[in-house]
Ligand binder design. Structure first.
Ligand code: 15L
Length: 265
């Protein structure tokens, strides 16, 4: 148990529910937050619902925590207003709270949609310019830049996890490249929490897939070693999607359907 208290935001979401099960192995107390129902606190859990746009609530949330796994916020393409509140105002509140409470490490659940407008025939790394594929991707790009500022200015370390597609199984051809298993998600989070020096780092969250859009050279110091692969699902996925319409931008760009979601008015 390396940490006294970890904070997990977005704990009621798809990945939050997985990490709620897994993070207690690494800390004495796991503090859980979300706006959705989290049920009651289990052993060694603390439940603290909070809206990310509520600065005083977020300040309280970070009191007495060693590190934050920040999955909270909007996780899909949506109209501007909810993204503005949860992902832009929210990330500012989170880092202001980290600064005031002396929290020195944050894992920020960024997304492959920060670079979604690269094509699927390109392989990119963490130093390639951002090319957000929508308002959601833009908000994650803002979070990455904001976290870099809090590192440069205040010495708060962040690992930006540009998560691909973390589901029980890859659901389509694109996800053969972007998929990350839940076990690999745990490996990535634990590596990013425990690597001695991370400064401000960016790493793509994918399993050890054969097909890939991302080169993790510049995240090598984090020591993430994925053990799973989308390959065992390939036959099933290809049978379900035998022909790809190459006039559909979702099949051309790395961001998939996010590149054509919206506008909303
Ligand atoms: C994301 O950022 C979403 O949070 C997730 O629901 C998936 O859609 C994923 O990207 C993806 O690109 O597959």
């Amino acid at each position: 148990l390396r940490f006294k208290r970890l904070l997990l935001t977005g704990a009621a979401g798809g990945l939050g529910r997985e990490l709620r099960q897994r993070l207690p192995h690494y800390c004495e107390t796991l503090r859980l937050s979300d706006i959705a129902d989290l049920g009651s606190a289990g052993p060694r859990e603390e439940v603290m619902p909070a809206r990310l746009e509520d600065a005083p609530a977020v300040l309280q949330l970070l009191e007495g925590v060693d590190a934050v796994v920040h999955l909270g916020g909007v996780s899909t393409e949506q109209p501007w207003e909810p993204i503005l509140q949860a992902n832009i105002v929210g990330i500012y509140n989170l880092y202001e709270a980290a600064r005031k409470q002396g929290v020195k490490r944050v894992l920020f659940a960024s997304s492959n949609h920060v670079t979604g407008f690269y094509r699927q025939d390109e392989v990119i790394d963490a130093r390639d310019p951002m090319r957000p594929d929508g308002l959601y991707g833009l908000s994650k790009a803002f979070g990455e830049s904001l976290s870099r500022f809090y590192w440069d200015r205040y010495g708060i370390q962040t690992v930006c996890l540009r998560i691909g597609s973390s589901f029980p199984e890859p659901r389509n051809r694109r996800m053969l490249a972007t998929w990350m298993s839940y076990d690999d998600l745990e490996r990535l989070v634990v590596a990013a929490l425990t690597a001695p020096v991370v400064g401000h780092s960016i790493i793509f969250g994918i399993s050890d897939n054969h097909t890939r859009f991302y080169d993790n050279t510049y995240g090598a110091h984090i020591g993430y070693r994925p053990q799973d692969s989308s390959e065992p699902f390939r036959a099933k996925v290809e049978a379900g999607e035998p022909v790809l319409d190459m006039n559909d931008p979702a099949n051309v760009y790395q961001g998939g359907p996010f590149v054509r979601t919206g506008p909303f008015e």
